[in-house]
Design a protein around this ligand. Structure first.
Ligand SMILES: *Cc1c(COP(=O)(O)O)cnc(C)c1O
Length: 396
């Protein structure tokens, strides 16, 4: 039997995944499980999805040979430029797909959760495009620290609801979105922004992001004469940009996978979001996965300088890849990410999102051979992080 890292028919990757939802959501989650593959694989869906990815989101995103960064790293580094997509990150690949699915399933109202606001903006964007009402749940802490994204969502016509439970960040916003979904299961489609949540979301989001590795295949063939790199590197919050980056290489053992988690102020500092390193098996937002939790199973508050990585869970597929040693997981702290962001900016003229800067920080922690071909996904652009960058810059 060949080794496979794909999801099984019950929605599990090994022990991880599944759908742990309240009774009231059972029917609509089941309906989604039964419909998503049929719809995603239908010709009409594929046509509309790919047309929007190209003409609306701006795909394919370039694969850029970063010459100066390569010299510094000592191998051949290519950047997959998801930062150049419409709305500034990879999130739009997923929201375009899910809103098409929502329409095909006859849903009339869209809800979403958001942390940094990137997924909220990507959702509000496709709702404006498709003329559908949109409610975005966002922790009050995040509403305050991500004002420009809140204003973008409002201008796009979405209702942003500040959430005041817990430490008022992403986990709390997701709880509130699930609560809303329980009240309106029949007419509402919940667009989840990462490879998290009950089955089929982790698999559905990975498939919608798999366009990233689909493009890497032909782009690297054009540039290097072979259709695979030696390394793939991506940051992981919930895991969607990483899942898209590795999707078509997951069973190709020639390709090494490196995932970068947010170490915050240090893995052992008590202020970290290194879920794979620190987590234990548990259930969060409908899936069995690794979760940051205390002795009593209470979820611990994560911390990262990057709001997009500040989540106490991780996609079930990533937990599985780590357990099977298919992926190496490295921790990158706040200060290492900041340094890497400034270096990329000055070396290549690209200001990355703070999340993506964690992947760049991981680049320094791997020993490469000079002939190694490395593809690193720049998941988003740094516009939303300018406040943090400027404050850091002023303090130096
Ligand atoms: C949301 C976000 C992330 C983290 O989410 P994943 O699902 O792990 O990809 C990373 N980078 C950017 C730019 C984001 O907006």
């Amino acid at each position: 039997m060949t080794k496979t890292y794909r999801i099984d028919e019950n929605g599990y990757y090994g022990r991880f995944g599944g759908a742990y939802v309240p009774e009231i959501l059972y029917r609509c989650v089941k309906e989604l499980q039964e419909r998503y593959l049929v719809e995603l694989e239908s010709e009409t869906f594929k046509q509309t999805y790919h047309r929007l990815l190209c003409d609306y989101a701006g795909r394919p995103s370039p694969l850029y040979h970063a010459v100066r960064l390569s010299e510094r790293t000592g191998c051949r580094v290519y950047l997959k430029r998801e930062d150049l997509n419409h709305t500034g990150a990879h999130k739009i690949n997923n929201t375009i797909g899910q809103i098409l699915l929502a329409q095909r399933m006859g849903k009339r109202r869209i809800i979403a959760e958001t942390g940094a606001g990137q997924h909220g903006v990507a959702t509000a964007t496709v709702c404006a495009l498709m003329d559908m009402p949109c409610v975005v749940y966002m922790g009050k802490t995040d509403v305050e620290r991500q004002q420009p994204n809140v204003q973008r969502m409002q201008m796009l016509g979405a209702t942003v609801i500040p959430v005041t439970s817990g430490n008022m960040t992403l986990k709390d916003a997701a709880n509130e979105a699930i609560r809303d979904w329980c009240c309106h299961p029949a007419d509402t489609f919940y667009i989840i922004g990462s490879t998290i949540g009950p089955h089929p979301y982790p698999d559905m989001v990975a498939r919608l992001q798999s366009v990233i590795s689909e493009e890497i295949k032909w782009q690297i063939l054009e540039k290097e004469g072979r259709d695979y790199p030696d390394y793939l590197i991506a940051c992981v919050g919930g895991g969607s940009n990483a899942a898209g980056t590795i999707y078509h290489y997951i069973n190709d053992e020639r390709v090494k996978i490196v995932l970068a988690e947010a170490g915050g102020k240090g893995v052992c500092s008590g202020m970290s979001a290194a879920t794979i390193r620190l987590g234990r098996e548990g259930i969060i937002h409908g899936a069995r996965t690794l979760v940051m939790q205390d002795e009593d199973g209470q979820i611990e508050e994560p911390y990262s300088i990057s709001a997009g990585l500040d989540y106490p869970g991780i996609g079930p597929v990533h937990a599985f890849l780590y357990e099977r040693k298919r992926a190496d997981v490295l921790t990158v702290d706040d200060d290492e990410a900041l340094t890497a962001a400034f270096e990329l900016t000055r070396m290549e003229g690209i200001i990355p999102a703070l999340e993506s800067a964690h992947a760049l920080g991981a680049l320094k922690k791997v020993r490469f051979a000079p002939t190694d071909v490395v593809v690193l996904t720049v998941s988003g652009r740094g516009d939303k992080d300018m406040d943090t960058y400027i404050r850091t810059f002023m303090n130096q």
